[in-house]
Write a protein that binds this ligand. Structure first.
Ligand code: SF4
Ligand code: SF4
Ligand code: SF4
Length: 578
């Protein structure tokens, strides 16, 4: 059912249950928003989306006001422009305006609206200004409340979407600020470092702990061998840092850029995604056949691992002991590859480019040092790689497509889809089923575990065995699934959990997008499509058929699940407090 409305004097028919904001979007009119994120944060607090409605006594917040039959809406009157500008000036009156050295310079939504509404003359409201201490206490995320505009998007992400809830709104009135309970540092809270608060923050108030200078210096140090590998999802998102449309595959340009940055080896993490499958599928079969702890739960998402350690420690024994693909890569580089090249592992600087903030924590975990030094030295986000490329004067969009270096260049289609929710499950099923059945599968697509639903369940018949599997992404969904398992209402043999909703394509280290993109494009779906297209087009779609993975086992590890594989590729977890 539709209703008839007029927007700026033009008639439209719009859905009866639409908000004014949605009706304007349908009429190709962009209304500015700062606090609003569709389905997550709909609180009408920032007052940027104000519009005038004929007959109403005051301006209304279009993100929460519904349309009515015959409504006449005005979105661009002098009074509205004045109100929006005044809102921005009020925000800026208590804001650290150090844009030049802010991590969000040029991608900040506040900065953009100030530019659009002509807030230029520094003639803001004057008076007392808050001065907050910067919270630098975690290995992954920095919070600077001096740049916070109190939009509360981070709070919704942490409390609702992730069901972690370590941040909230503290104090009231002029003293209102975002913080942890009892003003604890984030590093002293059970934050899982997923970075979901970072990707929704419109300003520089929440950013990753940047390591770009360290990495560029390491690459320039000719006494070291700087090696880099890129996670499956980074090629699906890096183009966004250069203004390309979401869903652009830039694998070839990404490799070319890393080579021009000076790395001695540019490697493909899809290969260790395949290696993870070899180890994890072996672990699954072994646990099923020998009465091991079930369900087996995947371990490649460090945000999920930290969530499990803090909030569901009773499932620690269920976790696969496999290191994540990032850590497996660093471990191989400093053992197998170092030996091959005749290098001391101490002379290798291993860098991973990842969609994730939690991986900055993971590199410093215990049990992640196969060669006696950290497997991975630096984990940098997709955003940081984008900055390094820009800073180095590399014209990304003009680069030719290049290929990864051997002996770590090949990744299967199964490895490619690791970056989307359900991808690890599907990759593992392809290998586990063929190992059990001892013959090739006729169909490789396990479509029931694909898609962006928060929880997916399926039963697959493999020979005589019925395998029950489940997939959850976003830790609120993970909690719902684990509660089902705990209560005994449902039983599964194998569960995939990713901390970020939609999986790594939507990770906390991925390029930020302004709210008008987040509200109108399903980024998770669009980015995941890049990975499923790559899988579809590759001749090699199964991890166990990756020739370079086979060579690593033949030359070094023996067979999947061997003692040596356990020494190099597996780890352990610890119970942490809430
Ligand atoms: S948050 Fe935005 S407006 Fe504030 S200093 Fe950073 S770039 Fe400038
Ligand atoms: S990183 Fe994740 S858990 Fe930590 S505050 Fe942000 S959303 Fe919450
Ligand atoms: S930290 Fe960022 S997301 Fe959170 S309230 Fe402040 S500006 Fe909004």
């Amino acid at each position: 059912m539709n209703v008839n409305v007029k927007i700026n004097g033009v008639s439209y028919s719009v859905p009866r249950n639409a908000t004014i904001l949605e009706a304007c979007k349908a009429a190709s009119i962009h209304i500015p928003t700062l606090c609003y994120l569709k389905g997550l944060s709909e609180i009408g607090a920032c007052r940027m989306c104000l519009v005038e409605v004929k007959g109403a006594r005051s301006m209304v917040a279009s993100c929460v006001a519904p349309v009515n039959e015959g409504m006449e809406i005005f979105t661009n009157t002098p009074a509205i422009r004045r109100a929006r500008k005044m809102n921005l000036e009020l925000i800026l009156s208590d804001h650290d305006k150090n844009c030049l050295n802010c991590a969000r310079n040029q991608s900040c939504e506040l900065q953009r609206y100030c530019r659009e509404y002509g807030v230029e003359d520094q003639n803001y409201f004057t008076g007392k200004v808050n001065e907050f201490r910067k919270d630098n206490s975690t290995l992954a995320i920095v919070r600077d409340n001096n740049k916070c505009i109190l939009c509360r998007r981070c709070v919704a992400a942490c409390q609702v979407q992730q069901k972690v809830g370590v941040i909230g709104v503290n104090d009231r009135g002029f003293d209102t600020h975002i913080g942890c309970a009892f003003e604890k540092n984030l590093g002293d809270s059970p934050c899982i470092l997923c970075g979901q608060c970072v990707v929704v923050c419109p300003t520089g108030a929440l950013v990753e702990k940047g390591q770009t200078d360290d990495v560029l210096n390491a690459v320039a140090d000719k006494t070291k061998h700087a090696l880099v590998c890129t996670a499956p999802s980074v090629r699906a998102t890096l183009g966004e840092c250069f203004g390309m449309a979401p869903g652009t595959d830039v694998e070839g340009k990404m490799v070319a850029a890393l080579r021009r940055l000076g790395f001695e080896g540019v490697f493909n993490m899809n290969l260790t995604a395949d290696l993870t499958i070899m180890e994890e599928a072996t672990e699954l079969i072994e646990r099923i056949q020998n009465g091991g702890k079930l369900p087996l739960i995947t371990s490649c998402s460090p945000g999920w691992i930290k969530y499990c350690e803090h909030y569901y420690p009773e499932f620690i024994e269920n976790l696969s002991s496999c290191k994540s693909p990032q850590q497996m890569f660093g471990a191989l580089a400093k053992t197998y590859y170092a030996h091959k090249m005749g290098w001391d592992p101490e002379d290798i600087v291993f860098v991973s480019v990842i969609p994730c903030t939690a991986k900055k924590f993971e590199v410093k975990r215990e049990g992640q040092s196969a060669a006696g030094v950290y497997d991975v030295d630096y984990a940098i986000t997709t955003r940081e790689l984008g900055k390094m490329i820009k800073r180095s004067g590399i014209a990304f969009d003009e680069l030719p497509d290049e290929e990864f270096d051997n002996p770590f260049s090949i990744g299967s289609g199964a490895g490619a889809i690791f970056g989307a929710t359900g991808g690890v499950m599907e990759a593992a099923l392809r290998t586990a089923a063929e190992v059990i059945l001892q013959k090739p599968l006729e169909v490789l697509d396990f479509t029931e575990v694909r898609g962006i639903a928060g929880i997916k369940k399926a039963t697959y018949k493999i020979g005589d065995f019925e395998l029950n599997v489940a997939v959850a992404s976003g830790t609120a969904n993970a909690a719902e699934l684990l509660d089902l398992v705990k209560s005994g209402k449902e039983t599964f043999h194998f569960i995939e959990i990713m901390a970020c909703p939609g999986g790594c394509v939507n990770g906390g280290g991925q390029p930020t997008q302004p709210s008008y993109v987040l509200n109108n494009i399903n980024l998770r779906e669009v980015r995941a499509k890049v990975l499923y297209n790559a899988d579809k087009d590759l001749p090699l779609r199964k991890s166990h058929e990756n020739a370079q993975v086979k060579a690593i086992y033949d030359e070094f590890l023996g067979k999947p699940g061997s003692h040596k594989a356990h020494e190099i590729l597996h780890t352990f977890y610890v119970k942490r407090g809430k």
